[in-house]
Design a protein around this ligand. Structure first.
Ligand code: BGC
Length: 827
């Protein structure tokens, strides 16, 4: 039985808390040494010293160890750079008599450079108020449109110094032309910052982020982000509005395609990997860009899965579920944050001081800048928390926003508000400092055109090596959902293959939404991929039937005729690209159009067929699951789509990805996710008065973590090195995994915990670690995961963060239903 009194003790004994405090003091000191301010007191709130974080910074420290090579791409980005921070460390060690924090225990990002701060002071001293507000303003160019356009004439604003940043403008020469205006025609020549939504590639398009999360391979996410940054930076860009780190458990929401799915741990790992990928080790390297953790926060919890709708989550859920990936991004050194459109506890995020100041700056010590989402300041009028835009701007700037995206609210009102004394100049100076800090970190003051080299652009866009990486990562991101009687892999020398469905020959649908400068014509379609893979003697009959958007049987007869004559039929199903992404919520997550009908008619024929799904959200496809012999979830795979699908269908490689967001059986099960609570009346088939549906199972179609390969794996019983640990202890959980099939394969070994008795109810499973494991046929390997108090921690009843005394059940297996477990006791 757990001791509740000790449950409620704050975790003051954990070394992590000590380090966190040290770090927080460090941050306060550095910030104020740099600005010349007096050292401020740490905030006190709810009886807690301000230095104690809501979320202790050990979220990402699970280590996994494997007895053969290829450890998980875990790491701690954003540590001290010796060049930047040795001075500050030394000063602080002297000042505070504390050991300088190690690289793993600090939030001081590698882009923070004290020498830049002095230059910023100098610049601030020369700037007019209008120029300062200009640095807090971001407008879209007319090159691309990602929201309502409300302004023209941005070039004139650059010229007058009233605009410091532009988005949706790209290519080296175009951006050079705009930069030239800022640098050569304004009074102070402050360079512009160019941003764009480079979400899963710039020109070489990688799988959508949700798909990539399913690879459970952070090294792949880091690599695709690095390549995206390389191409974007070569095309004149300094800043990407990515990664999107919103946890979401509602596939009706079209934006699930942009994130890492439902899970906190997977979300943390992927967030950090992408930040490392985009930003590299040094922002001054002209092949890196600023990353932006968005949308802060809980945007993925929109009611009814309707984009832009109200969010209502408790502080506990906010802290336990929605904030950790942002904190992980911050710990990896992310340079910017973007606010979300939604409200939190009645206050829209773009005016939410609790979020933007108390959590982000005071608790987490964020030193980069915060940009709003598109016109989200203006939208606070519609939210009904302010009477007009000027008031919205006031709420926003005092809450902690540094830059207004496209709303022109700061542009229109901020100067007057400072002059009237409503807004303190100090607040403006701080915001401008944070923006300039990034322009310095990028090296734009040394050479404002360093990202605007046409030759470099030519040499770095859509290269063979980028395409090769896109193919490999796409392959690793596709999930084999079903494979009856080893239908797959197919032989390359079949006589006739029928390929059915317009999605099979559509480049646009391969690259999906948020494709930046990705082009349909660069994309390898499924049809092309198959044609290139098969033997010379194989005949492919393609029938371009559009069952996605059409509402009748047009083309069905041709499709059926081709299927009848074929050795195997491959049907491309799913959604067209614009059916997911922003402003693409749906109430029905089944196959759109008349695809179900086509599948049924194919099924009636009585011959096996293979379904390849292209889509941005999990689809509820229980009928397809019954009828298709094999189903490969390809998502929107990117530029190398067709090659990657063919690599898997013909068995040149084996599928290895797992489900990152639960596939429901029907929309009525939503929200459905593995880390649910048990409740007081868990489902019992023999008892009516338990939690279930009259007309549907409780279980999903495909659970989180699930995915097949062309071989099978078995798990030995897990063992644990220590049955009990304390705050400083560590237990190693090991299990032997065997490839029991005839082919090599990669398994994602997953470790989940369940806190059996908590001071608050705990999820029935929580993923805490995973490891991709390659095994040849018949081979066995032992995988070990180390567990510490960190993995057992959560927000306890009193909202302190830490582990609780008692038993935790630790499961190891190949998906979230893993059954074999051991008990770990925390004392
Ligand atoms: C989206 C953001 C995006 C921004 C700029 C907004 O509508 O919510 O994710 O970064 O537009 O394109």
């Amino acid at each position: 039985m757990r001791n509740y009194l000790s449950n409620l003790r704050p975790p003051t004994t954990l070394p992590a808390i000590r380090n966190w405090r040290a770090r927080n003091i460090v941050l306060h000191t550095i910030g104020h040494l740099a600005t010349g301010d007096a050292f401020p007191p740490l905030r006190k709130e709810n009886g807690r010293e301000g230095g104690i974080p809501r979320k202790v910074d050990f979220a990402l420290k699970t280590r996994s160890v494997i007895s053969s090579p290829s450890p998980v791409g875990r790491g701690w980005g954003g540590g001290f750079s010796a060049r930047n921070c040795s001075l500050t460390s030394a000063i602080l060690s002297l000042l505070l008599f504390l050991p300088a924090p190690s690289q793993a225990q600090t939030n001081i990002p590698n882009w923070y450079n004290p020498t830049h701060e002095a230059k910023i002071d100098q610049l601030l001293g020369q700037m007019t108020l209008e120029e300062k507000v200009g640095q807090m303003t971001l407008f879209t160019s007319d090159w691309d449109v990602t929201g309502p356009t409300i302004r023209k004439g941005y070039e004139a604003d650059i010229e007058t110094g009233r605009l410091g940043a532009i988005f949706n403008a790209h290519t080296a020469d175009y951006n050079r032309r705009l930069q030239k205006i800022a640098v050569e025609e304004t009074r102070l020549g402050i360079p512009l910052l160019f941003g764009y939504d480079v979400v899963h590639g710039y020109r070489t398009i990688f799988p959508i982020p949700l798909a990539e999360a399913g690879s459970f391979n952070p090294a792949a996410a880091e690599e695709s982000a690095r390549i995206a940054a390389r191409e974007a930076a070569a095309a004149g860009l300094h800043w990407t509005f990515a990664p999107m780190v919103d946890i979401s458990r509602d596939p009706r929401w079209g934006r699930v395609m942009e994130g890492s799915g439902e899970d906190v741990h997977l979300g943390n790992v992927m967030a950090a990997a992408r930040v490392r990928g985009f930003q590299g080790d040094d922002l001054a390297d002209p092949f890196t860009v600023l990353a932006c953790a968005k949308h802060f926060a809980a945007y993925g919890a929109a009611q009814a899965g309707r984009d832009y709708h109200t969010v209502d989550v408790s502080e506990r859920v906010l802290q336990d579920i929605y904030l950790p990936p942002f904190k992980a991004a911050l710990d990896a050194g992310v340079a910017t944050f973007m606010t979300s459109f939604n409200e939190l506890d009645g206050v829209p995020a773009s005016g939410n001081k609790h979020l933007l100041t108390e959590i982000l700056r005071d608790d987490w010590g964020f030193m980069g800048f915060v940009v709003t989402d598109y016109t989200s300041i203006n939208e606070m009028v519609d939210h009904g928390v302010v009477k007009d835009e000027a008031e919205a701007g006031l709420l926003s700037v005092t809450a902690g926003v540094d830059m207004d995206m496209q709303g022109a609210v700061f542009y229109n009102s901020l100067r007057k508000q400072v002059e009237s004394g409503e807004v303190a100049m100090k607040l403006i100076d701080e915001a401008v400092r944070r923006v300039l800090r990034m322009k310095f970190a990028l090296g734009l003051f040394d050479d404002p055109y360093r990202y605007s080299d046409v030759e470099r652009q030519k040499a770095n866009i859509l290269t063979a090596s980028h395409r090769e990486a896109a193919r490999r990562i796409a392959r690793e991101s596709m999930i084999l959902l079903k494979n009856d009687k080893e239908t797959l892999p197919l032989k390359k020398d079949l006589k006739r293959i029928a390929v059915i469905g317009s999605l099979a020959n559509s480049g646009a649908d391969m690259i999906g939404a948020w494709h930046a400068d990705g082009r349909a014509e660069d994309a390898i379609t499924l049809l092309t991929g198959l044609q290139e893979a098969v033997s010379k003697s194989t005949k492919i009959d393609f029938v371009n039937v559009d069952a996605v958007k059409e509402s009748d049987r047009q083309g069905f007869d041709d499709a059926l005729r081709a299927a009848r004559a074929a050795d195997i039929t491959i049907i491309a199903l799913g959604e067209s690209w614009e059916m997911s992404g922003e402003a693409a919520s749906v109430t029905d997550i089944g196959l759109p159009g008349v695809q179900d009908q086509l599948v049924e008619e194919l099924h009636q024929m009585g011959k096996p067929f293979v379904a390849v799904l292209f889509n941005g959200r999990p689809l509820a496809v229980p009928e397809l699951d019954k009828k298709a012999a094999a189903i490969l979830e390809a998502w929107y795979p990117g530029t190398e789509a067709g090659h990657a699908v063919a690599d898997l269908l013909f068995g040149d490689h084996a599928p290895s990805a797992k489900v990152p967001l639960t596939f429901p059986r029907s929309v009525g099960q939503i929200p459905i996710f593995y880390a649910a609570k048990n409740g007081g009346r868990p489902n019992n088939a023999n008892d009516k008065y338990t939690s279930k549906y009259l007309n549907e199972e409780n279980d999903p179609l495909y659970p989180f973590g699930y995915g097949l390969s062309y071989t099978t794996f078995s798990y030995g019983k897990p063992t644990i090195s220590e049955a009990q640990i304390n705050a400083n202890g560590e237990a190693t959980v090991s299990t032997t995994v065997t490839n029991t099939g005839k082919r090599a394969g990669t398994e994602v070994v997953q470790l989940y915990i369940r806190d059996l008795v908590g001071s608050v109810t705990r999820p029935v499973r929580e993923l805490k670690a995973f490891q991709r494991l390659e095994l040849t046929a018949g081979e066995s390997k032992t995988v070990s995961f180390e567990l510490t108090a960190e993995e057992l921690s959560f927000y306890r009843r009193d909202m302190t963060f830490g582990p609780e005394v008692g038993e935790y059940q630790v499961f190891v297996g190949g998906d979230s239903r893993a059954e074999q477990s051991v008990i770990l006791t925390f004392k």
